[in-house]
Design a protein around this ligand. Sequence first.
Ligand code: ADP
Length: 452
Amino acid sequence: MAKLLLGCIADDFTGATDLANNLVRAGMRVVQAIGVPEARRAGPPQASARPLGGQRGHEVPSVGAEFAPLAADVDAVVVALKSRTIAPAEAIAQSLEALRWLQAQGAQQIYFKYCSTFDSTPQGNIGPVTEALMEALKCDFTIATPAFPDNKRTVFKGYLFAGEVLLNESGMQNHPLTPMTDPNLVRVLQAQCTRKVGLIDHAVVARGAAAITERIGQFKGEGVSIAIVDAVSNDDLLRLGPALAKMPLVTAGSGVAIGLPANFGLAPSSQASALPAAGGLRAVVSGSCSLATNRQVLDFIQRGGAALAVDPLRIAAGVDVAAEALAWAAPLVEKQPVLVYSTAEAGAVKSVQSRLGVEEAGAMVERTIAAIARGLVERGVRQLVVAGGETSGACVQALGIAQMQIGPQIDPGVPWCHARSDAAPGAGLHIALKSGNFGGDDFFTKAFTVLG
Ligand code: ADP
């Protein structure tokens, strides 16, 4: 196997795809691994990746196949963890496990990826995981910047802006799990670290890679080991890239990724997103109730698409809704893409939640949509769109998917992927995982045109 250029550890699932998508667009061939891949064990068939922590009790199906080796030509792997809000010690343990696996693949540089809103609590996990990785890599200096100008996340004088406003005015101050009340990233990170945190400010970044490298040298002399880096444009990130060439560890949102492939002599190319040829039947399953997904479902129906709504109350009443949906889909999917959805507007969702409970309703619907996704694939669907972040996690697990090769982008942040699954023996399937508010109104139609 060729040596991995970049080994990435992402602290959540959709964040991993976001990073993978940026790397592909900058010229790398990328595989996303769902959890830390395990070596094949002797004995009965095993799931080939450790389940993501924190998932709501999804069964991990047996895959019955050994962990698929990485494609010989892959340039980067993104290991998707779910470590953003778990206890720091557990986040460190999972991240170090991912590191060991990436090192075993020969990764030349490690990238720790977190959210572009720097989602963390006073305990971490960005700081503790960064320091544990530095220790393990014997790395005396790294950077930290969530800047992602394409997504309107910019850092100036160490302050993080989301769109036109400071982070703590963006709504993130009210986040239920990781409220961000201080926009000053030097302060935020310093509170989570024992090492000294500094700032490479925009005046230095604007002067280019040599100036950044010089500043890093000064910092090392002053005992500063981690630097927040200002970036307000993609040009800033491209200037930063060369200064990171020799750094064993980079920590960032997904934005910094656009400047790294060039360090390995790679430039954007259509080769990077090439996937095996697509075939088979086409379907969409949606468990997302976000506004964008509601529009996408409506658009698909208004275009005359074949669509079936799943009613959570019938699931709760013990009806085998998955079997019903599969029986409905069987004759239709032979001729056209089908959509099975539990997507509903806020009022309807609230009413279901008040009768069944938020968690219970969510888990029940996720299980049903995942069973439908698996049933569709078992019946020949080989191009599957899944809408919903949690729903995607449930479907990926039900399909026994351990790795996805990242392909062409459908809409910003949502690429087609190719994966092996025991439900799709042989050539595997194409799958697109769309988190709630991503994608244009015509996403469910457009997606299939992108694969040709
Ligand atoms: P998004 O990415 O839009 O947030 P998710 O899949 O992450 O979508 O979350 C949607 C949650 O809502 C899931 O737990 C899903 O099972 C649940 N859900 C889907 N449809 C309904 C419904 N009609 N009523 C109640 N809960 C639902």
